[in-house]
Design a protein around this ligand. Structure first.
Ligand code: SF4
Length: 492
């Protein structure tokens, strides 16, 4: 097992994140702060030693795959924190590239929000061109990814310009799904087990929390910018339950004193086609929902079957066309590149079919490898090169067909070290997705699995996750709500 060896500093987390870019989904052993002596076997080492009062020496070594590489540099003793992370990565990244024989599309960036970082560099470095130069030169980001991030930054600007001050967004969590997809990395609970027990109680408490949040918003004189109901799969609720939920949101959250809605976007994830019915779609339409997701993930039936999704490609097409015919004007489709059993030909066909259906936005995810390692081990997986080709094909075809990338994020342990990108036709970019990814607006989460993010207070960004599981939410409800009642939402 590879050892992460750190001495004279506390930046081992960043070293692990860097190493995981090259060796995803792997556990490492640690030797931290104990000795400057190098460990046995394979390791990634960063030793920081004092040379004089104001100077340190940083020495980084990688021993891996029968090769050892070393680099050393003198640093000012003032170099600490994120700056020290960058110095360590600047030594280790080329070593890892050399030994593995690969360079990474996002270079030594380990964070999940490269666009947000480019925006900050744009301010710090005096303009977009300088920031792009920093991306390429300092962080080793490829020219292609640098341009992608820059393009997204430009598409996002009008959304930021139109964001009302003192506004918050609301996220409501329905953490249940009809069954669990095999690749799922979210906390979703199969509803078949919980239909008669937890679900009705969960909805009751959710209503109470909606009321509490509406009181917070009113007391702190805030406006609501966007509302997003996600999960899980919110359309796992039956039509009557869905109507109740939408009614509570309408009464307590959306109805302004003058009776007019003012929100920019109202999204409901109707992700699994096997949960969609005409009746439920009518409830959403009647409630003023402006955007839904109907997610194919793949248009290859064998890939869907391997992924444990009990619907066919044709089911997704049928539900999409039903939603269109009923009057939905903004529909998103999600796809995953890198699913087991998928091929470049199959993925191309999926993207071509999606483009022919012409949804307003298409989001291309890359498979996260952090869960269900056994599942991946037992099935043929597309290679990193194939996943890369899939993503490139999607990008090229979507650009050629009038879609532009508008938000992007990375996850740890992603297939081929790539990214998730949302593409939209002009005017159909989701403000919620942009603001949430950029950490530029407070989000009030309601329900289990939802996290509240407070932006702009003394602590910069404060995240409050209530709890992961619905049974815990029910058990600790009073305690959780007592805390929530005392939240102060920062004003911008
Ligand atoms: S529909 Fe989404 S949230 Fe639900 S199990 Fe599948 S991947 Fe997970």
């Amino acid at each position: 097992m590879m050892t992460i060896h750190a001495f004279g500093h506390t930046r081992s987390y960043e070293m692990e994140a860097l190493l995981k870019l090259f060796i995803p989904a792997t556990q490492f052993s640690f030797s931290i702060g104990e000795t400057p002596e190098l460990p046995d076997g394979e390791y990634l080492s960063a030793v920081l030693e004092q040379v004089s009062d104001d100077t340190n020496r940083l020495t980084c070594r990688t021993a891996w795959n029968g090769q050892t590489h070393t680099q050393s540099a003198l640093l000012s003793a003032a170099v600490q924190g994120n700056d020290l992370d960058r110095e360590i990565s600047a030594q280790l990244y080329p070593q890892l590239c050399e030994i593995s024989g690969q360079t990474l599309p996002w270079g030594m960036l380990t964070g999940i929000r490269p666009v947000n970082l480019l925006r900050r560099f744009t301010v710090r470095d005096g303009g977009l061109q300088n920031a792009m130069d920093t991306f390429r030169r300092v962080w080793h980001v490829s020219d292609q990814k640098t341009k992608l991030a820059a393009r997204i930054l430009q598409v996002q600007q009008p959304i930021f310009d139109a964001t009302p001050p003192d506004a918050v967004s609301i996220y409501v969590s329905i953490p249940f799904c009809p069954t669990r997809c095999r690749y799922c990395s979210f906390v979703s609970n199969s509803v078949s087990r919980m239909k008669q027990t937890i679900l009705p109680q969960y909805l009751e408490k959710l209503r109470d929390e909606i009321i509490l949040v509406s009181e917070l918003i009113a007391a702190q004189n805030l406006t609501i910018d966007t509302l997003y109901i996600g999960g899980g799969t919110p359309t796992v609720l039956d039509a009557a339950q869905l109507a109740d939920l939408m009614g509570w949101l309408d009464t307590y959250i959306l109805s302004a004193p003058d009776g007019k809605r003012r929100i920019r976007e109202y999204t409901v994830e109707a992700g699994r086609p096997d949960t969609i019915t005409r009746e439920k779609l009518q409830v959403l339409l009647d409630s003023g929902v402006t955007r839904i997701s109907v997610n194919p993930q793949s248009f290859q039936d064998n890939v869907l079957e391997a992924a444990g999704r009990p619907h066919t490609a044709q089911d997704t097409v049928d539900q999409f066309l039903l939603a269109k015919e009923m009057g939905f004007r903004n529909i998103n489709m999600d796809f995953i590149a890198g699913l087991p059993c998928d091929t470049i030909e199959g993925f191309r066909e999926s993207i071509d079919r999606a483009i022919a259906l012409s949804p307003e936005s298409i989001t291309v995810h890359c498979l996260s490898l952090k869960k269900a390692a056994d599942f991946y081990a037992s099935l043929p997986m597309p290679s990193a090169q194939t996943v890369n080709d899939m993503v490139e094909y999607a990008q090229r075809m979507l650009l050629e067909n009038g879609y532009a990338p508008y938000y992007l994020y990375r996850q740890k342990n992603m297939a081929a070290n790539l990214e998730n990108v949302g593409y939209a036709k002009p005017g159909f970019e989701s403000p919620y997705n942009i603001l949430m990814m950029d950490d530029s607006q407070s989000i009030l989460g309601i329900g289990s699995g939802a996290s509240t993010k407070l932006i702009g207070g003394q602590r910069g960004i404060e995240r409050v996750t209530e709890c992961k599981y619905p049974d815990e939410y029910l058990r600790r409800y009073d305690e959780l709500m007592a805390k929530k009642r005392s939240l102060v939402i920062p004003k911008h």
